[in-house]
Design a protein around this ligand. Structure first.
Ligand SMILES: NC(=O)c1ccc[n+]([C@@H]2O[C@H](COP(=O)([O-])OP(=O)(O)OC[C@H]3O[C@@H](n4cnc5c(N)ncnc54)[C@H](OP(=O)(O)O)[C@@H]3O)[C@@H](O)[C@H]2O)c1
Length: 342
């Protein structure tokens, strides 16, 4: 195989609050020769996800931080260019943890072959991938929506929130979404079928949310934190369930230490309303639920019963701007970088 001129994006420095372009650096590299069992991949599509912001911080969260100078983490859909593994062949399309690169050499554990005849391969990064599984497993194991209940979820036009809403409605619950801006709100209502969608960027969110949930909230699928959590808290019903999935409003925030009153109100409500709040990382449920997720949601996506939206940007060099924008709501649907695919 002729020499490949590849590029990768590394963490140049750690952000203080909102990331900037200076926190990233693009570098050239030549992929190393393969050794036993490895694959050489050309990345076609790279997924951009909120968790990547956490990896840019120094402290350990549920995963180790990316070291300064290290390649930004991420999953990609890729073509196998060369294989030293008997189960993979040149031309196979796979899902792999590639990092932010144009090409990658990977070991095969964790690599999954994709079949483009079942669904577009990009869905393996969204509705039929990690974000979709996050929605499915959080609702199945923690949210447990029932007929007639009210389910509320933020980031309702994104891959997690849009599936949470559709799962709630399939269970016979009423789904109320929260999204930023008129266009996202009307799309979430018309395309995903939410009963109501509230714009969190307009004033009086608590009052408008209360009006949209006249019988209170039975399941709040927490994607946001911050002002949205404050609006939700007084509306939670007795025995409400709160899968704590993400806190995107807080990812760029610099702690101020002035939240004592909100913490007291939160603890009080947990006690008085017998709430169940349960944090989780989707991988916790993978062994138990991934096959049923792929079967159930895969069939519903194929039949058009479950809908999704993808948002593409072109070129690996634009991935930093994509991630910075995602943390501010600039994406509209599952954010994917076309790296080599055009
Ligand atoms: N626990 C897990 O295993 C796991 C796995 C995957 C994802 N997650 C979490 O799930 C959540 C959604 O992820 P996703 O991939 O579906 O993201 P996404 O919807 O594609 O993108 C994030 C969205 O968050 C919204 N947002 C950003 N800042 C906000 C703020 N201050 N207030 C309200 N909304 C804000 C924006 O939408 P609007 O313009 O509509 O506000 C933005 O488009 C995130 O919190 C993520 O960290 C958790």
């Amino acid at each position: 195989m002729s020499r490949i001129d590849a590029s990768k994006i590394v963490l140049a420095s750690r952000p203080d609050g909102r990331p900037t372009q200076d926190n990233f650096r693009c570098e050239s590299f030549t992929p190393p020769a393969l050794s036993g069992g490895q694959l050489l991949l050309r990345i076609e599509y790279l997924s951009l996800d909120p968790y990547m912001r956490g990896r840019m911080n120094a402290g350990k969260s549920y995963a180790e931080p990316t070291p300064v100078g290290g390649v930004m983490e991420g999953s990609g859909v890729a073509t196998v260019l060369q294989s030293e593994h008997p189960d993979y062949h040149q031309g196979d399309i796979v899902l792999a943890r590639t990092g932010w690169r144009t090409h990658a050499v990977v070991e095969t554990p964790g690599v999954r072959k994709l079949d483009a005849t079942i669904a577009p391969v990009t869905t393996a990064l969204g509705v039929l991938g990690m974000p979709g599984f996050t929605a499915y497993s959080g609702m199945k194991m923690i949210g447990k929506p029932r007929h007639g209940e009210t389910v509320v979820v933020g980031a309702a036009s994104g891959p997690v929130g849009s599936l949470v809403g559709q799962i709630a409605m399939r269970a016979g619950a009423r789904a109320v979404g929260i999204a930023g801006g008129k266009e996202k709100c009307s799309f979430a209502k018309s395309t995903f079928g939410f009963d109501e969608v509230i714009d969190h960027r307009l004033p009086d969110l608590p009052d408008r949310l209360a009006a949209a949930c006249p019988t209170g909230i039975d399941v709040y699928f927490e994607n946001i934190g911050g002002a949205v959590w404050q609006a939700v808290l007084p509306l939670l019903n007795l025995y409400a369930r709160v899968p704590v999935c993400g806190l995107i409003a807080q990812y760029n925030a610099v702690p101020t230490g002035d939240n004592a009153a909100l913490l007291a109100q939160t603890m009080n409500t947990i006690l008085a309303r017998s709430l169940t709040l349960r944090g989780y990382i989707n991988s916790e449920f993978a062994a138990e639920l991934y096959p049923s997720f792929l079967a159930e949601v895969g069939a519903a996506v194929a039949s058009g019963e479950i809908r999704y939206r993808e948002d593409f940007i072109d070129g690996l060099e634009n991935a930093p701007a994509g991630l910075i924008g995602l943390l501010e709501g600039k994406n509209f649907g599952k954010l994917i970088v076309r790296v080599n695919a055009r």
